[in-house]
Structure formats: structure tokens, C-alpha cells
Design a protein around this ligand. Sequence first.
Ligand SMILES: [Fe+2]
Ligand SMILES: [Fe+2]
Length: 154
Amino acid sequence: MPDQKAVLAMCWRDEYSLGITEVDAQHKELIKRFALVEDAVANRRGWSELHFAILGILRYADFHFQFEEALMRLYGFPHIESHVQEHRRILQAAEAFIDESLRKVAPDDVAQFYQGWLATHIQEDDRQYAEYILAGNPIVWSIARQDGGLHAGA
Ligand SMILES: [Fe+2]
Ligand SMILES: [Fe+2]
């Protein structure tokens, strides 16, 4: 019997919205992928299903984190370094789950890990940069000098 409470925890809710349409769309996609992992764990599906569900999250998260980091740089978000470190920590933890899934072990805490990612990183850490941008702080970086680097705007 699946743990319905855990499965239901991984649905998009309007209260998760940070008010930036593209970021919300990417978080919806992440949560959809979290739900696949939760379902695989709760219903004791085969190790390969769990493995590829976790791999899918890792790949999407890598893209999503790069998007967020570019956005934070564009707006000069002052706490970008600690946010980037948190992204790295999450990716490392997600990679560890991949290794575990390859050993055909369905870790009991895997669903909890994604719930924590949603509750702590998306709803607290990401909200900080979103509020900073939505407060009307201007773009302070411009992209793509001729040498391909980033440089501070005027
Ligand atoms: Fe995010
Ligand atoms: Fe983030």
C-alpha cells in the first residue's frame, strides 16, 4: 500500500509560486520529477525505475541551477555565493542517491531528501532571490562581451 501522504506531498501548490513565471515553470517540472521518485519508493518499483527517475532530476536540476545562477548574477543578488554552494551540495547529495540506486538499494530517506529540497531550498532560499528581483532591483550585469565573458554593467 503506497504512502499516500508522501505521494501527495509532491504536488505543485500555488503557495510555492515565487512570482517569476519561468522559475515557477521549472520548479513545477522539478516537483513533477520528485513525485516520480516518491512514487517509485512508495510503491517499491524496480531499482531501474528509481535510478532513471533520480537521474532525470539530476540532469534537470543541473540546468535549473545554472539558470538560477545566471539570473542571480544578472540582478546582482548579494547572497549568490552561499546559494551556489547550496546548489552544489544538493547536486552532490543527488549524485550519491544515483550510486545507491545502482546498487539496487531503494534508500528510505530518498523521498525525504526531495521533500527537504522543496521545503527548504525552493520555498526559502529561492524565495530570497525572487523577492530581491521582484523588489525592482535593476539588472547590473550585461552578457557576452566579445571575449565571451561577463562584465559589470554601467
Ligand atoms: Fe530553484
Ligand atoms: Fe536555487
